[in-house]
Ligand binder design. Structure first.
Ligand code: PEP
Ligand code: MG
Length: 587
C-alpha cells in the first residue's frame, strides 16, 4: 500500500475541457445505496427495526412536503410528480410489504426494502404499458430516498457546495454537471465518460478544466487531497510536489496568456483569404450561456440544446417558463440568429420522469424527436414557446434524432397545428421561420435527398453520427480511441450530405464537436459547410483558422482526403498539410 500522504501520484485520463486548476478534492459520494448488506434482526429488536423504517419514510415524506410547500404558486404544476412520490411512500406494495418482510424474515430494513423494490421493478417492467414502466422508475426514486435516510447518507447535491474545490466523482450526469456553480467548482475529474459525452461538452461550455475516463480516480483520491488538473493533456497529479506545482502554475499562466491572444481577434469576421465568409456560431445548453457566445465573437447560436431545462427537476417546464428563457436568448443575440433545437431528452440525458432505468439501451431508445412525437403535449408546449419567442428576433427551429422523412412530416404537422391555435387565440408569434433537421443518424444521411424537400437546412451532428455509424458509445472510455471523426466512412457521409445540399436549396451546417476543432476546418470548408457551431470558447480559434485558409485550396484538399482509405492516413495528410498552421493557435 502506498503511503499516499507524501507521495506524488500521476494519473492520465481523457482531457475533455482545457485549462489548469489546482485545489482541494471534493469527492461526490454516490449515496452508498448500492452496498446494502443483509443481516438478521433478533426477534426482540424487530419492533425497533420496523420503527427505523417508518422514521426513514416519514423523513422522506417531510422532505418532499417541504419542497412542495416552498414551491411558488406559478410552478405548482412541476410538483405533481413529488406529490405522486409522497403518496407512493406509503403505498401498500412498498411500505406495507417492507414491514411485512422485516417481520417475517427477521431481516434488516435496508435489505427488506431492497428486496421489495426489486420484485416490484420486475413486475412493472414486464408490463408493456409505458405508464407502468414509468411507475417502476418512480418506485426506484422513492425507495432511494428512503434508503438514503436508512443508511444515513447525504444525497450529493452539487448545487450546495460552497467552497472552492475540484469535484471528483465516479460519473457526473449532464444534469449534475449543469448544476455546477462556477464560483466554487474549479474543475472536475471522473472515473467514467469520454470527449463527446454531454458531461464533457458542458465542461467546455462552462470553461472549467475537466478530465474524464480515469478508471478508478475515486479510489485513489481522498477528500481534501491537493490535486492539480490539466484538462488539455488529461494529466492529474495527486499530492503534487513543489516542483510540480511550479510547473502547473507556469502552464496555467501560459494557457491564460494564449487564450487572451486568441480572444483578441474573436470579433473579426471569419472570412477566408479568398473571400468566403463562414458563420461561426456557439452551442449553448443553458440560456445564460448566450452571453459567452456573444463574448467569444459568435455569429449567433447555432445549437440551443433545450433539454437541460428539463433535467434536474421532477416536472416539465411550462410554456411561460420556456417562452421567457427563449425570448431572453433571442433578445441577447438580436439580430443574429438563434437555432432552437427541440427537446432531445433521453439517451444520456434522461429526465426524472423517464429514468434511464426503464430503457436498456437508451441511445437507441425513445430519444429526441421520437420522444416528442409520442408525447405531443410536451412537444407542442415547447413549439408554442419557440414560435412565440420567434416574434422577438431571428429564430430557426431544429429537430433532433430524425431518422427519416415521416418524422419530419409529422413534426411539421404539429408545428402547423400549434401555429394555427396560436393564431386563433390571437397570441403573438412567428411561423415564418427556417426549419432544419439534425443529420446524426445514418439513415438521415441516406434520406437527405428526400428530406431536403421538407426543410431549409441540415445541421450535421457528428457526435451522434459517429456514435451510430461506427458503433462507438460516445460516453464509453474503453472505445474512445475508436471514436474517429476522420474515419473515411464519416467523411464520405459528410460528402454525401454536402452534395445533396449543393444540388438542392438546402443549407448545410455542422453543430457536432467536430466543428469546434480548428484542424478539421479545411475539410469542412472544402466540403461546402457554410456554418460551424461549437462550444463558445472554440469560436475564436476556429475563426482564426478560417482566416488563414483559402477555400479553393481546401476544395482540392478534400479531393485528396476522399481518396484515402484509413483514418490514420487522413490524419497524417491533414497534419502534414495544416498541422503547423494549427499548432500556432493551440497549446
Ligand atoms: C451531435 O450529436 O453531434 C449533437 C450536436 O447533438 P448532441 O451532442 O446534443 O447529441
Ligand atoms: Mg446528437
Amino acid at each position: 500500500m502506498l503511503d499516499r500522504d507524501d507521495q506524488e501520484i500521476m494519473l492520465r485520463g481523457i482531457g475533455v475541457s482545457p485549462g489548469i486548476c489546482i485545489g482541494m478534492a471534493y469527492l461526490v459520494d454516490k449515496e452508498g445505496v448500492d452496498v446494502i448488506k443483509r443481516y438478521s434482526v433478533p426477534e426482540t429488536d424487530l419492533e425497533n427495526e420496523k420503527n427505523r423504517f417508518k422514521t426513514a419514510v416519514k423523513k422522506a415524506k417531510d422532505h418532499l412536503n417541504g419542497i412542495i410547500g416552498n414551491t411558488p404558486e406559478d410552478f405548482r404544476d412541476h410538483t405533481d410528480i413529488l406529490e405522486t412520490h409522497a403518496v407512493l411512500l406509503k403505498d401498500k406494495m412498498l411500505y406495507g410489504k417492507t414491514i411485512e418482510i422485516i417481520d417475517q424474515e427477521r431481516i434488516n430494513a435496508e435489505w427488506a426494502l431492497k428486496k421489495v423494490v426489486s420484485d416490484l421493478q420486475t413486475m412493472f417492467k414486464n408490463m408493456h404499458e409505458p405508464y407502468f414502466r414509468e411507475r417502476a422508475a418512480d418506485i426506484v426514486h422513492v425507495s432511494d430516498h428512503i434508503m438514503r435516510n436508512l443508511v444515513g447518507a447525504e444525497h450529493a447535491n452539487i448545487k450546495d457546495i460552497d467552497k472552492r474545490v475540484i469535484l471528483v466523482a465516479n460519473d457526473l450526469s449532464p444534469a449534475e454537471t449543469s448544476q455546477i456553480q462556477l464560483e466554487w467548482i474549479m474543475g472536475f475529474v471522473t472515473d467514467l465518460g469520454g470527449t463527446t459525452s454531454h458531461t464533457g461538452i458542458i465542461a467546455r461550455t462552462l470553461e472549467i478544466p475537466a478530465v474524464l475516463g480515469l478508471d478508478d480516480v475515486t479510489e485513489v483520491i481522498r477528500n481534501d487531497d491537493l490535486i492539480a488538473v490539466d484538462g488539455s493533456t488529461g494529466e492529474i497529479i495527486i499530492h503534487p510536489t513543489e516542483e510540480t506545482l511550479v510547473r502547473f502554475v507556469k502552464r496555467r499562466i501560459e494557457y491564460e496568456a494564449h487564450k487572451a491572444i486568441i480572444m483578441r481577434g474573436s470579433c473579426l469576421p471569419a472570412e477566408t483569404l479568398d473571400g468566403l465568409a463562414v458563420q461561426v456560431m456557439g452551442n449553448i445548453e443553458l440560456p445564460e450561456e448566450v452571453v459567452s457566445v456573444r463574448d467569444h465573437g459568435g455569429d449567433g447560436v447555432g445549437l440551443y440544446r433545450t433539454e437541460f431545462q428539463y433535467l434536474s427537476r421532477s416536472g416539465f417546464p411550462g410554456e411561460r417558463e420556456l417562452f421567457d428563457k427563449y425570448k431572453d436568448v433571442v433578445e441577447v443575440m438580436m439580430p443574429k440568429p438563434v437555432t432552437i433545437r427541440t427537446l432531445d431528452i433521453n439517451g444520456d440525458k434522461a429526465v426524472a420522469r423517464h429514468s434511464e432505468a426503464s430503457e436498456k439501451n437508451p441511445a437507441l431508445g425513445l430519444r429526441g424527436i421520437r420522444y416528442c412525437l409520442k408525447n405531443p403535449d410536451v412537444f407542442k408546449t415547447q413549439i408554442r414557446a419557440i414560435l412565440r419567442a420567434a416574434a422577438f428576433g431571428n429564430v430557426k427551429i431544429l429537430f433532433p434524432m430524425v431518422s427519416g422523412h415521416d418524422e419530419v412530416i409529422e413534426a411539421k404537422r404539429m408545428l402547423d397545428e400549434v401555429a394555427e391555435s396560436l393564431s386563433k387565440e390571437g397570441t403573438e408569434f412567428n411561423r415564418d421561420i427556417e426549419i432544419g433537421v439534425m443529420i446524426e443518424v445514418p439513415s438521415a444521411v441516406i434520406m437527405a435527398e428526400v428530406m431536403a424537400e421538407e426543410v431549409d437546412f441540415f445541421s450535421i451532428g457528428t457526435n451522434d453520427l459517429i456514435q451510430y455509424t461506427l458503433a462507438i458509445d460516445r460516453g464509453n472510455r474503453h472505445v474512445s480511441h475508436l471514436y474517429q471523426p476522420l474515419h473515411p466512412a464519416i467523411l464520405r457521409m459528410l460528402r454525401h450530405v454536402t452534395d445533396v445540399a449543393e444540388n438542392t436549396d438546402v443549407k448545410v451546417f455542422m453543430c457536432g464537436e467536430m466543428a469546434g476543432n480548428p484542424i478539421y476546418a479545411p475539410i469542412l470548408l472544402g466540403m461546402g459547410i457554410g456554418e460551424l457551431s461549437m462550444n463558445p470558447q472554440s469560436i475564436p480559434v476556429v475563426k482564426r483558422m478560417i482566416r488563414s485558409l483559402k477555400v479553393e485550396d481546401a476544395r482540392l484538399f478534400v479531393k485528396d482526403v476522399l481518396k484515402e482509405t484509413t483514418a490514420e492516413r487522413i490524419t497524417k495528410l491533414l497534419q502534414d498539410s495544416y498541422g503547423d498552421m494549427v499548432s500556432e493557435f493551440i497549446i
